[in-house]
Design a protein around this ligand. Structure first.
Ligand code: NI
Length: 138
């Protein structure tokens, strides 16, 4: 049966620094588990975020969602919050949460989910490098 459900995508990028470690482990144990990512002085990534919103196309506007509105939400919730920040030190979201791709993608999903109408399905993909990316919900 034909439907008018469409997936709409928007992407943004942000640059941020992080370090992966568990405070109750020794330097050696952290180094063993997290490798270079445990480096004490942090390192940066050029993150890319793909946001997928699925909903019914409105018969009048022809829109699933106004992309200007989605852009504004993504800038406020993601770019302003994380761009050029140190995720470990500057962002309360990661005060007690290791800023791995897995954890970042869930944090971002929840931030966006709160801003979007329940009628939409949301999926978020976070690229940490050109080869490593994370998706939520799985
Ligand atoms: Ni890293």
């Amino acid at each position: 049966m034909p439907t008018n459900r469409v997936a709409v995508f928007r992407k943004i990028t942000f640059n941020a620094a992080h370090r992966l470690y568990y405070k109750n482990w020794s330097e050696e144990k952290n180094r063993e588990v997290f490798g270079l990512c445990a480096n004490e002085n942090y390192h940066g990534h050029n993150y890319r975020l793909d946001v997928r919103v699925v909903g019914d196309t409105d018969p009048i506007t022809g829109y699933v969602i106004n992309l200007d509105e989605l852009k504004k939400i993504m800038q406020e919730e993601v770019h302003h919050r994380f761009d050029h920040h140190n995720l470990n030190l500057d962002c309360p979201e990661f005060k007690d949460l290791n800023p791995t791709g897995e954890n970042i993608v869930v944090v971002i999903y929840n931030l966006l989910r709160h801003r979007l109408d329940k009628k939409y399905d949301l999926q978020v993909r976070l690229w940490e490098t050109e080869r490593n990316y994370f998706e939520y919900p799985a």
